[in-house]
Design a protein around this ligand. Structure first.
Ligand code: MN
Length: 225
C-alpha cells in the first residue's frame, strides 16, 4: 500500500508562483489519482509489499506509469520552496566544477524544459560516476532506472502551469528556478556523496542502497493514517 505523502507547504504558500487553485488540482486530483490507481493495480500482486522505488525499477506498463508519477510528484513538491535560496558549500562547488557556474546550469535547465516536446520532467541528477547533469524525461519516466540520483525536478506537464501561465512554459520555468528548494537538493546530494553511490559500478538489485536512499527521501513527512 503506497500512501499519498503530505504536501510540504500550505496550498497557497507558493503564490503567486503557483496558485492554490493549481495545487488543489495538481496535488488534490492528479497526484492523488496516481496513488489511488497504483494501489488498485498492485493489490494482490508481487508489487503489493514493495517500496515505491522498487516498484518503479521492476515494473512496466500501467504499474510503472502510476508508480513513477507518484514518485515524480512527491519529488517535485519537495523541490519547491516559497522563499528564494541558493546552493552553497560542496554542492555549489560541484555545480561550478561540472557546469562552469550556477548561471550555466540555470540556462541548461530552462532550455531543457522549454525544448521538451509534450509532457515530461526536467531533473538535476547525479550520474552513477558522480557527475551532475540536466536530464529531461518524457511522460512518467524518471532517472531511477538509469541509476541517476535526482536532486530536484520540475514538472512540465501542462497541468503544472496552465492555470497560472497558460502556454508560457518558459516563464513558469524561470519562476521555478527562483523557487528551488536548495536545502532539499543539498540533502539528496549529501546522502549520496559517498562510495556506495559514486565511483562504483551500478548494482541492479532492486533492494540496493540506491533505492533505500530514494525511499527515505520519499518517505519524509508522509501522511500517517
Ligand atoms: Mn504533474
Amino acid at each position: 500500500m503506497i500512501e499519498l505523502p503530505k504536501l510540504p507547504f500550505a496550498k497557497d504558500a507558493l503564490e503567486p508562483f503557483i496558485s492554490a487553485e493549481t495545487i488543489e488540482y495538481h496535488y488534490g486530483k492528479h497526484h492523488t489519482a496516481y496513488v489511488n490507481k497504483l494501489n488498485e493495480l498492485i493489490k494482490d500482486t508481487e508489487y503489493e509489499d514493495m517500496s515505491l522505488s522498487s516498484i518503479i525499477r521492476s515494473s512496466d506498463g500501467a504499474i510503472f506509469n502510476n508508480s513513477a508519477q507518484v514518485f515524480n510528484h512527491t519529488f517535485y513538491w519537495k523541490s519547491l520552496s516559497a522563499s528564494k535560496s541558493a546552493p552553497s558549500g560542496k554542492l555549489l562547488a560541484k555545480i561550478n566544477n561540472d557546469f562552469g557556474s550556477l548561471e550555466v546550469l540555470k540556462e541548461e535547465f530552462i532550455k531543457a524544459g522549454t525544448t521538451l516536446f509534450g509532457s515530461g520532467w526536467v531533473w538535476l541528477v547525479r550520474e552513477p560516476k558522480g557527475q551532475l547533469a540536466v536530464k529531461k524525461t518524457e511522460n512518467a519516466h524518471n532517472p531511477l532506472g538509469s541509476h541517476q540520483i535526482p536532486l530536484f525536478v520540475c514538472d512540465v506537464w501542462e497541468h503544472a502551469y496552465y492555470i497560472d501561465y497558460r502556454n508560457l512554459r518558459p516563464k513558469y520555468l524561470e519562476e521555478f528556478w527562483n523557487h528551488i528548494n536548495w536545502d532539499f537538493a543539498t540533502k539528496a546530494f549529501d546522502k549520496t556523496d559517498n562510495d556506495i553511490f559514486i565511483g562504483t559500478e551500478p548494482c541492479n538489485d532492486i533492494h540496493d542502497p540506491f533505492c533505500q536512499v530514494l525511499d527515505e527521501l520519499q518517505n519524509q513527512d508522509r501522511v500517517t493514517s
